[in-house]
Ligand binder design. Structure first.
Ligand SMILES: Nc1ncnc2c1ncn2[C@@H]1O[C@H](COP(=O)(O)OP(=O)(O)O)[C@@H](O)[C@H]1O
Ligand SMILES: [Mg+2]
Length: 242
């Protein structure tokens, strides 16, 4: 993916979360790290067309996205989202959760949508879950179903906001392993995560942001192994010390 940001500014009242952010990032998998309250989710919501910036604009793969509701709602259809809480419909089976957007947003034929969902469930070893409801699945399985739902639409970009933060370590591991496989198979993603190990192993690019703005962006090895700023050095040692 190529992300271009031009003067991107987001304010909440007098609080400035993004201040004329201007940069170009080319990455296959971008990890956004940083302390809570630093604006990671805000940036992800702007990137997904869920939040209009107050000023400035951005482009995905050369397509500039106007901050107008009509443009954003068309753009949103091309983006896959996975949030901390999986957002699956509790009254629908795993299979129906995956086929719903295919049928209703992408007007896919029901049989074709089902075939596609079953193919993906099999591919990720979740075929036994297809007829189960979310409450009958583990948190890790639920999140993997949510990821399948997001990629089934073949999004231009997959956005994930702390997809494992509600899971215990073992379940986090199964979700992160799936995401790593996706990256290796060519799915491009932006993920907000506290797992520096995952960022380091699966993502080629890392962005650090905190309440003072976007601190560092660059190739993973450089940003995580040779952080330039003291605030990133402190953040990394804090995370690694627990
Ligand atoms: N809808 C909103 N209204 C008011 N303030 C918000 C809103 N969303 C986020 N903020 C504020 O913007 C800052 C960045 O939040 P967020 O993007 O959620 O950070 P992070 O994801 O890094 O924890 C925080 O101080 C938060 O309180
Ligand atoms: Mg957040």
């Amino acid at each position: 993916m190529k992300l271009e940001f031009r003067d991107l500014t987001v304010r909440f009242g007098s609080q400035i979360v993004l201040d004329h952010f201007t940069d170009t990032i080319e990455a296959k998998a971008l990890a956004i790290i940083g302390p809570s309250g630093g604006g990671k989710s805000t940036l992800l919501r702007v990137l997904g067309g869920l939040l209009q910036a107050n000023d400035g604009t951005f482009a995905l793969n050369g397509q500039w996205i106007e901050s107008k509701e009509h443009t954003l709602s068309e753009y949103r259809k091309q983006i896959g989202f996975v949030f901390q809480s999986n957002g699956l419909f509790p009254h629908l089976s795993a299979l129906d959760n995956i086929t719903l957007p295919l049928i209703h947003t992408f007007m896919m034929d029901k049989a074709a949508a089902k075939e596609k969902a079953l193919y993906l469930l099999r591919k990720f070893g979740l075929e036994d879950s297809s007829h189960k409801f979310p409450a009958q699945l583990s948190g890790g399985q639920q999140q993997r179903i949510a990821i399948i739902r997001a990629i089934a639409i073949e999004p231009k970009l997959l956005l994930l906001d702390e997809p494992t933060s509600a899971l215990d370590p073992e379940l986090s591991h199964e979700v992160l392993t799936m995401l790593k496989e996706l990256v290796q198979s060519g799915v491009e993603l932006v993920i907000v995560t506290h797992h520096l190990g995952f960022a380091s192993n699966a993502c080629d690019t890392v962005m650090y942001m905190d309440e003072f703005g976007i601190g560092e962006i660059g190739k993973t090895d450089v940003v995580l192994r040779q952080p330039k700023t003291e605030r990133l050095q402190r953040f990394i040692s804090k995370i690694l010390s627990i």
